[in-house]
Design a protein. Structure first.
Length: 587
């Protein structure tokens, strides 16, 4: 029985520790400490940062948890890590849109950063592929290709490229590159003959045994094992850390993904999670029971903030800023943030500019995720000849109408001065449809809870529910387009033995302050072919949850058209910023 648990997340810059205890009302978060990560010179020992973060827990709780470099007075200790750049992988597959994409899904789902995808049909010449493999220095390689019993030739070609390139791992000169083979089992004898002397070869079940079947589990598990055996062993101080933990260390994104997957499964819901950091934005989703993760490595709020500007264009950022700002000045502000990544907004103007950029980073990250989180490609769609011929149709799994819950995480969403700002950012960027619950991770402890769930699911879920998730409320967003000012929805809200009625016009946002922990019954009647979940003009009766923001009726239609002259109204109707200050900067 775990009465007291410490969990740490060793990030690339900061190591965060949390203390969880079992109280009368269940498991609760007691304290949180952090310290700089010490994986680089002069320390080169990750456990120093861990002990410093735990030291902070000691000071906050007047307890003693460290003795002679060991942890004491606790029942369990778990950790995640993305220090030293996380887990970096090269993925190789025969067909870019089929086996190679399945292999990339397996690597991303295990918490890896996919450095490059090499496929037979990727348009590169053999010598270019060899140069690329040699240059990359990944932590490990995942090689896949061919359905069961299918062709062997192409996957053998890929194996020969690896031999020619003689790849070296990122850490550790003395050991061979770990390579996981997850392709056609018929090719295993050939693959062994070619690769066994050159790399550390591991064979697992085929990732794509049939065109319409994806089998990612065995490859994902092997990636986790090798992350511990190889990558962790080489990183400074990890041997010490591994001797302290009570469960295998997990890559930070892998742990977050595991938690989101479990939340979706436990509650039988569809979930979209996002973690927006300084350099990358991770998007996690579970739709139709399938888990997907994407890393937008060029979309972040500090180190890669200038990339957001380049990808989206300055006009798309300007459309979220209600006051007049010179384009030249906006570009300079963005460049300054890249040069000084640790700065935070000092004025309301700075804050609105930062949140405008965040909306675009989130929007682009979701676009990239939608392309990747799709039905399996290469499968014929039965019954329709034209579609059967055109086999490479994108069929995204992401469905904003059936989505039940959005969870936001990362500094720009977790640390807003008013919670309505994070609600509005996610509403604007993701444009959920129908009825969707909105939440944010209070202090970014999803990685800790993900790894904790491997040894104590109850503790992980109780703390996630009570101390990690901040329920913002529910968005009700009718899908459709209409003329400005036309009524698109009539709603009844049954709450506290009272009934409130409301009309929603196209182009407006209305806030109903339904408190945290309260539920209400809503009767929604859409007009003008608008859809709130059951189809155009179909009535919907549902139970909705309140939150620190409340019920938000978004009448701006889908797809959302942003009008700068309407921004002030939208901000004020959400009570997102101080009205007096906002009107001052508008002058």
């Amino acid at each position: 029985m775990h009465k007291r648990i410490i969990a740490t997340d060793c990030g690339s810059t900061t190591t965060k520790a949390i203390l969880i205890e079992k109280r009368e009302d269940g498991y609760r978060l007691i304290a949180r400490g952090e310290a700089p990560t010490t994986v680089e010179k002069p320390f080169e020992d990750v456990t120093i940062g861990v002990m410093n973060a735990v030291n902070e827990l000691e000071e906050l709780t007047n307890n003693e948890f460290i003795s002679n470099g060991k942890l004491k007075n606790i029942d369990a200790y778990v950790s995640t890590s993305s220090a030293g750049g996380g887990l970096q992988m090269l993925v190789m597959g025969v067909v870019k849109d089929m086996t190679a994409e399945s292999a990339a899904r397996a690597a991303l789902g295990a918490g890896a950063i996919v450095m490059e995808v090499i496929a037979i049909n990727d348009g590169r010449l053999p010598y270019q592929r060899i140069e690329l493999i040699r240059k990359l220095r990944p932590d490990m390689i995942l090689l896949a290709g061919g359905t069961e019993g299918g062709t062997v030739k192409h996957v053998v070609e890929l194996a020969q490229l690896i031999v020619a390139a003689e790849p070296r791992p990122r850490f550790g000169i003395s050991y061979k590159m770990p390579l996981i083979y997850a392709g056609n089992s018929k090719a295993v004898p050939e693959i062994k003959k070619i690769l066994e002397d050159k790399v550390e070869l591991y064979v697992v079940e085929n990732i794509r045994p049939q065109l319409e079947v994806e089998n990612l589990g065995p490859a994902r598990e092997k990636i986790h094992d090798l992350f511990l055996e190889h990558v962790m062993q080489q990183a400074p101080g990890y041997n010490k850390l591994m001797s302290l933990v009570d469960a295998p260390i997990m890559p930070t994104p892998g742990a977050v993904g595991m938690l989101i997957e479990k939340v979706a499964r436990e509650n039988n819901i569809e979930v979209l999670g996002v973690d927006i950091g300084g350099a990358t934005t991770d998007v996690f989703s579970v739709f139709k029971g399938k888990f997907n993760r994407t890393v937008s490595a060029n979309l972040g709020m500090s180190y890669s903030i200038a990339n957001v500007m380049v990808e989206t264009g300055i006009e798309n950022i300007l459309r979220w800023i209600p006051f007049n700002i010179d384009e030249y000045e906006l570009r300079n502000r963005i460049r300054n943030k890249m040069i000084r990544p640790t700065t935070i907004p000092m004025t309301l103007e700075d804050l609105i500019v930062e949140q405008a950029i965040a909306r675009e980073a989130l929007r682009l990250a979701l676009e990239q995720h939608k392309l990747f989180a799709s039905e399996l490609k290469g499968i014929q769609v039965r019954g329709d000849i034209t579609r059967a011929i055109q086999q490479q149709i994108e069929r995204t799994l992401v469905n904003m109408m059936t989505l039940n819950l959005i969870i936001g995480s990362g500094g720009v969403l977790s640390h807003t001065p008013r919670r309505a700002q994070s609600f509005l950012m996610m509403l604007d960027a993701f444009q959920p449809e129908g009825i969707t619950k909105m939440a944010v991770d209070s202090i970014f402890m999803m990685p800790h809870l993900g790894v904790l769930s491997t040894i104590n699911e109850q503790a992980a879920f109780e703390v996630f529910d009570r101390d990690c998730l901040i329920r913002l409320g529910t968005s009700i967003s009718p899908k459709g387009i209409e003329k400005e000012g036309k009524v698109i929805l009539k709603a009844e809200i049954h709450f506290d033995n009272k009934v409130e009625t409301m009309e929603l016009k196209f182009g407006e946002i209305k806030l109903f302050p339904l408190p945290l922990g309260k539920k209400a019954k809503v009767v929604l009647v859409p007009y003008s072919n608008f859809d709130v979940g059951e189809g155009p003009n179909k009535k919907v009766v549902a139970e909705v949850e309140g939150g620190v923001v409340g019920l938000v009726f978004d009448g701006r239609g889908r797809p959302l058209k942003v009008l700068r002259e309407k921004l002030l109204d939208w901000f004020l109707s959400m009570n997102a910023y101080d009205e007096r200050k906002l009107k001052e900067i508008m002058k």
